[in-house]
Design a protein around this ligand. Structure first.
Ligand SMILES: Cc1ncc(C[n+]2csc(CCOP(=O)(O)OP(=O)(O)O)c2C)c(N)n1
Ligand SMILES: [Mg+2]
Length: 387
């Protein structure tokens, strides 16, 4: 990817002025960044212990996933600009919520249901990156057979995001029930947007998870906006203690700090594995773009510029780089990692583009994966693959 020249080492990651939020272009850390992190750890000694146990290789793996998530968004935004996609839903600025939490899962036994902004979690569960891109292109060889732009793959324990907000909550409660019955210690994780907290399904799902004490973790991704509605227009005040209404142990994590999110999730998942019932992490973050790529300017009109500046300062990539610097990671290592991730994302995007014209047969696709017992009204029945 051709980006701007790498700036002198203030913010390290190459920035992409044509795609990045403008606040990221010449990012520099807050002067008190290191002290703030220490204060957070003082407040949460158990998180300090978890973070302290991560070795250098694990820290770099986390950073790899974080940079990959950012570059995935940039690749999608670039496809929109080139007319390959009409629009894309991005998670820019919210990557630490996704990466920090999904990194606490064991892909061999845990199950994830991302929402549209959590696509960066899919490759972390083992989904090939090119499949993610094929999903966005809706190609017949993509994981969803080209029928839907919500990308997941059950073979990798990733349920597709469900378009109807909040519906993922009871579904993942059900998955958690299945996991408990399977008895292998697997847990379920899903995300709930601040907007999705208003859906009936979210309430029902939380209730059943609490009533049955299911091994499911809900990450309330509170980015302070739902489409064009600001969080302060929701009329319910802070969502910080929302989970407690259902008797679900609730903690708060900094959604723009990878390690805080990660440590909080590791602790919550450990609790789930001990059979202590569900947990909820309230992660405060901010959507640095529009609902999707089409309404960025509307989002800029929805919030004061100062708020974008404040949250721009909290860029999760820049902040984690600062942490890594303090841990003694060299600029050479950061550069090498970023180059490798950039090449990986570019190759995956190019590979996916090779099947761009492979569309599913629109009628046949309706039946693929539909069980024989399903009711199909007004449609000619054709042979189906039963899954
Ligand atoms: C039940 C339902 N109502 C409305 C919509 C339309 N819709 C899609 S995304 C969205 C806002 C989601 O806000 P939030 O849950 O905060 O997630 P965010 O987009 O901020 O990540 C809405 C209203 C929908 N998908 N499902
Ligand atoms: Mg929201």
């Amino acid at each position: 990817m051709a980006g701007s020249a790498r700036a002198p080492y203030v913010s390290f990651m190459r920035r992409y002025p044509a795609y990045d939020p403008p606040e990221y272009a010449d990012w520099t850390p807050e002067p008190r960044e290191a002290e703030r992190w220490e204060e957070t750890l003082d407040e949460h000694p158990r998180r300090r212990a978890v973070a302290g146990e991560l070795d250098r290789a694990e820290l770099l793996r986390l950073h790899d996933a974080l940079v990959q998530n950012r570059l995935l968004d940039i690749a999608l935004a670039r496809w929109v600009r080139r007319g390959i996609l009409s629009k894309a839903w991005l998670g820019t600025g919210e990557e630490a919520v996704t990466v920090g939490s999904v990194a606490a899962l064991d892909p061999s036994r845990d199950h994830l249901c991302p929402m549209i902004r959590n696509a960066g979690g899919c490759p972390m569960m083992g989904m090939p990156l090119e499949d993610l891109f094929r999903g966005y292109l809706a190609t017949a060889d993509g994981p969803n057979g080209g029928r839907d732009l919500h990308v997941g793959d059950a073979a990798h324990h990733v349920l597709q995001p469900i378009s109807h907000m909040g519906t993922n909550v009871p579904v993942m409660a059900g998955v958690a029930l299945g996991l408990r019955r399977a008895g292998e210690g697997g847990v379920a994780l899903t995300f709930i947007g601040d907007g999705a907290t208003k859906s009936g399904e979210a309430h029902e799902g939380l209730h059943v998870a609490a009533a049955l004490q299911l091994p499911v973790l809900f990450v309330l991704q509170d980015n302070g906006v739902a489409l064009g509605t600001r969080g302060d227009q929701h009329g319910v005040g802070s969502l910080q203690r929302w989970g407690e209404l259902y008797g679900i142990p609730t903690t708060h994590a900094d959604g723009n700090h990878l390690l805080d999110m990660h440590a909080a999730t590791v602790l919550a998942v450990a609790r789930l594995r001990e059979g202590k019932g569900p947990a909820l992490i309230h992660a405060r973050t901010f959507r640095m773009g529009g609902h999707a790529t089409h309404d960025v300017s509307e989002a800029r009109r929805t919030f004061p510029a100062e708020l974008f500046r404040t949250w721009g300062q909290k860029d999760p990539v820049g902040r984690f780089e600062e942490f890594l610097k303090r841990e003694g990671v060299s600029t050479g290592e950061l550069e090498e990692l970023e180059e490798a991730v950039t090449a990986r994302v570019e190759t995956a995007a190019e590979t996916a583009l090779l099947s761009r014209d492979r569309r599913p047969d629109p009628v046949q696709a309706l039946y693929d994966g539909v069980s024989e017992g399903g009711v199909l009204v007004g449609l000619e029945r054709r042979p189906v693959h039963v899954v």
